[in-house]
Structures are given as structure tokens and as C-alpha cells.
Design a protein around this ligand. Structure first.
Ligand SMILES: Nc1ncnc2c1ncn2[C@@H]1O[C@H](COP(=O)(O)OP(=O)(O)OP(=O)(O)O)[C@@H](O)[C@H]1O
Length: 280
């Protein structure tokens, strides 16, 4: 599906991502972990073309997406929707318009300039908000919502792009554990129900273990671990984080409580329960 070949990013003399190669050949939910500065965000931003790579190739459907330009590049950016730590909503715009902004790349410049959306756009946006359990907030301004709600709006906006894959750059880093769980449940549900690749940068080991099918560990720009979460032992984690014997996993925990042992084994028809969605 997507193949990384010696992908490298230098910022001046600093190599943020160093010859990274791996393949995602199944619609997995992939977690990327590592200490601050390991290169996680830079890697994700290169996929989405927000940060230009220094060298290497990222092949998707036989095409090197790092060489796409103009309309083809914008098309690719629509195909791999990005969710950010700080949500990146337009605070004064209402929620449903924020969601419809996910369609901007798909319509004419004139329509985009005046935020002209069709009835179909409105209905699709409302359906996305409904799926995320926040359709009742559709007419509120984005700034009136809690952080967890705003992140769900951002995910609805990503869905509006009808992407091949969703990239999430530390989507729960600004959230409390309850909201973190709701947002991770939502990403997992998108992965399971729509069979989409979700690549998620995470600070916390327990979240990666609970939600991801595959975990990639980065250290100093290099991939130092790539495997199923079951293989992510404390020793391996110590290696990824470059920590000594005193390494305490709890220090990387968001304490997300997953009551049913593992959400990775939930009902594929809908991992996010309305009850969970209604809490925020
Ligand atoms: N625009 C930039 N200019 C210069 N250096 C940068 C830039 N962006 C990132 N870096 C450097 O690249 C390295 C990797 O940064 P990156 O943000 O990718 O790491 P990260 O693993 O996502 O960290 P965090 O978890 O703190 O977000 C760091 O040393 C960082 O200082």
C-alpha cells in the first residue's frame, strides 16, 4: 500500500529522519512512538508533503508521492488527511463549516474563496459529525467546544476528505484521559469500519499497545523497532526511549482505561459507543 525507501530529512546539519524504510501492506493502524525529537512529526509531515523530504521515496500505488506537484500534490494531500495535536480548526467558524473545509481541495478556487458548499456537502458533514457523536454541536462556533470535541470535529473534517489514509500527529497530547480515549476510539473505529490505514504519532506506550496493530519505534531519526504491540516489552521500550534501568513505563502513560481489555478486538461495526461519545 505504502512503501518508504530511505526517507531522510535534514534540517541544516541536524538529521531529523534518517534513511527510514518500511512498508505498510495492510490497512493497519500503525502507532509511531519515540521520545521527543525522535523524528515522528517530521516523518508524518513528509508523507503529507507538509515538510519536503531531503531524499528517499515514498511509493503509494506505484507512484513516488514525494515527486508530486501542483494539483496532483493537492490531490494526494486530500487522500492522506491529517489530524493535528492542536486541532487546527477555524475558531470563529461554526462546527459544520469547519468540517466542510475538508472539501476545499476538491472544489474550485472561487467556491473555496467564498466557502460555498452544496447541500450534499452539508449532509456529508452532518453525517460525519453524527458518526463522531457530536452532531448536536454542528451550529456552535468551534471555539465554544472542549478540546476533545474539537479534535472530533477535526477528525470529521478529515473524513470529509474521504481519504485513503488518516495521519494523526499526537492527536491526544493536549487531552485529558477521558477525551484521549474518545478520540483514540474514533480513530480506531475509522480504521476498522472503513478499512483505512491510520498512522498515529503517540507519546504513550500504553496507547500504542491498546490501539495499534503495529508499532514503529523511532530513535534519533531511525526506526529501531517495528512489530506487533505484543513485542513491545519494557526492555524494547527502554531501547526506543534511550532510557536506563530506571525507565518507568508509567511516565509515558496517559492512563487511558480500556475496560474491555483491548479495543483492538471490539466490534468492527462500531468501536465508539454513543455513551462514550456523549460524555464530553
Ligand atoms: N522546522 C524545523 N527546523 C529545524 N529543526 C527541526 C524542524 N522541525 C523539527 N526539527 C528538529 O528535528 C528533530 C525531530 O523533530 P520532530 O518534531 O520530528 O520530533 P518528534 O519525535 O515529533 O518530537 P515531539 O514528540 O517532541 O513532537 C528535532 O531535533 C527537531 O528539533
Amino acid at each position: 500500500m505504502i512503501h518508504f525507501e530511505s526517507v531522510t530529512k535534514d534540517f541544516g546539519t541536524r538529521t531529523a529522519v534518517d534513511q527510514v524504510s518500511f512498508t505498510i501492506d495492510k490497512p493497519h493502524m500503525v502507532g509511531i512512538i519515540g521520545r521527543s525529537g525522535a523524528g515522528k512529526s517530521t516523518l508524518l509531515r513528509m508523507i503529507n508533503r507538509l515538510t519536503p523530504a531531503t531524499s528517499g521515496r515514498i511509493i503509494f500505488n506505484g507512484e513516488d508521492i514525494l515527486s508530486l506537484k501542483g494539483a496532483m500534490m493537492r490531490r494526494w494531500q486530500r487522500d492522506c488527511a491529517m489530524v493535528f495535536q492542536q486541532f487546527n480548526l477555524v475558531p470563529r467558524l461554526d462546527v459544520v463549516t469547519n468540517v466542510m473545509l475538508g472539501r476545499l481541495n476538491a472544489q474550485s478556487t472561487l467556491k473555496s474563496m467564498f466557502n460555498i458548499f452544496s447541500a450534499d456537502d452539508v449532509n456529508t458533514a452532518l453525517a460525519a459529525l453524527d458518526r463522531l457523536g457530536i452532531v448536536q454541536e454542528a451550529t456552535k462556533r468551534a471555539e465554544e467546544l472542549s478540546g476533545g470535541q474539537q479534535q472530533r470535529v477535526a477528525i470529521a473534517r478529515a473524513l470529509m476528505q474521504d481519504p485513503h489514509m488518516v495521519l494523526a500527529d499526537e492527536p491526544i497530547a493536549s487531552l485529558d484521559p477521558m477525551n484521549a480515549k474518545i478520540v483514540m476510539d474514533a480513530l480506531r473505529e475509522i480504521h476498522e469500519r472503513d478499512n483505512k490505514v491510520v498512522i498515529c504519532n503517540l507519546h504513550t506506550l500504553d496507547t500504542a499497545r491498546n490501539y495499534c496493530d503495529r508499532v514503529i519505534g523511532m530513535r534519533d531519526g531511525k526506526v529501531v523497532f517495528d512489530g506487533e504491540p505484543e513485542l513491545l516489552t519494557t526492555d524494547v521500550a527502554r531501547e526506543i526511549y534511550g532510557a536506563d534501568e530506571s525507565f518507568n513505563e508509567a511516565a509515558t502513560s496517559t492512563a487511558i482505561d480500556t475496560p474491555d481489555a483491548s479495543v483492538r478486538k471490539t466490534d468492527p461495526a462500531g468501536a465508539m459507543t454513543p455513551a462514550a461519545a456523549a460524555v464530553v
